[in-house]
Unconditional design. Structure first.
Length: 264
């Protein structure tokens, strides 16, 4: 049976995980490959991307690793050039890279603000701009941009720059969706809630007092289901939005949070 994205070419940014386990980008890359896509695994960290590649290869999938920093325009252009050279086109662009440096107005440095906006928001502009050419040429493409419920709600670990960058991702995605709707290119954003991923351990342990298991219990308790989600929950939606099953869904901002935003 053909996979849900059989024969498509997908770029996943942040396709490794910033620690042991399965993050959102790693899960999305594995699912896209499992469903038949050829996947370009973009990451700053070669080892992390190669770990994802090993999982994909063990399942019989096809992928290449591309080490790059998606906050650089030249790197984003090079990622798309590498992709079209290897696989002929780009059908799916999954913009997953994001960093979080917790802090409010008075304890966010100018450097942290600039870095967060560059890595979380400018990167999406640069990657979409680079991929628009091949997508327009074939009159089809699916873009999935990872935002956060922090774009629409303030969470316990106050992250001013992060929340602003993720709100920008929703607006950016909406603008692109409308601009390109008649060209066959779709763009949607996903707003994950509290997910138990390596990203959280790396980014937020300090903001929760330095104790990982206490942080996990606190975050679980904040979720109406009593449990955080996992990378696969975000990846399953990303796969659907990237597939032709979602052919009339564009400009949407979809929440995956176990009803958390319903309560806060
Ligand atoms: P992750 O494990 O932290 O990151 C995936 C990979 O991205 C890491 O290997 C990281 O490398 C790499 N990376 C970081 N900056 C990069 C850059 N400038 N260029 C290329 N690669 C870069 O994260 P994830 O679990 O895949 O997903 C994180 C995404 O989900 C973010 O957009 C985040 O905002 C969003 N999100 C997460 C949650 C949650 O609760 N987990 C909730 C809402 C939204 P290094 O490790 O070397 O930095």
């Amino acid at each position: 049976m053909a996979g849900r994205v059989q024969g498509k070419v997908a770029i996943v940014t942040g396709a490794g995980s910033g620690g042991a386990g399965i993050g959102n980008g790693k899960a999305a890359a594995i699912l896209l490959a499992r469903e038949g896509a050829k996947v370009v695994l973009v990451d700053l960290n070669r080892n992390a991307a190669e770990e994802t590649q090993a999982i994909i290869s063990a399942e019989g999938g096809e992928s290449i690793v591309c080490v790059a920093d998606v906050s650089s325009a030249r790197a984003c252009d090079a990622i798309v050039a590498t992709t079209t050279k290897a696989f002929g086109t780009v059908d799916i662009l999954h913009n997953n890279v994001g960093i979080e440096e917790a802090g409010g107005l008075e304890d966010t440095s100018e450097e942290s603000w600039d870095r967060t906006l560059a890595v979380n928001l400018k990167s999406m502009f640069l990657m979409c701009r680079a991929a628009a050419g091949p997508m327009k040429a074939q009159r089809s493409g699916a873009i999935v941009n990872i935002s956060s419920i922090n774009a629409i709600r303030t969470l316990p670990a106050i992250s001013l720059a992060y929340g602003v960058s993720k709100a920008g991702v929703i607006a950016f995605t909406r603008e692109v969706a409308v601009e390109f709707a008649a060209t066959g290119i779709r763009a949607n954003s996903i707003l994950p809630g509290m997910m138990q991923t390596p990203f959280v351990v790396t980014s937020l342990t300090e903001a929760y007092g330095g104790d990982i298991s206490a942080m996990t219990s606190q975050r679980d308790a904040l979720c109406p289901t009593g449990k955080q989600g996992e990378g696969w929950d975000v990846a399953n939606l990303a796969l659907f939005l990237a597939s032709d099953e979602a052919k009339y869904i564009t400009g949407a901002a979809v929440i995956v949070d176990g009803a958390q935003t319903c309560r806060i």
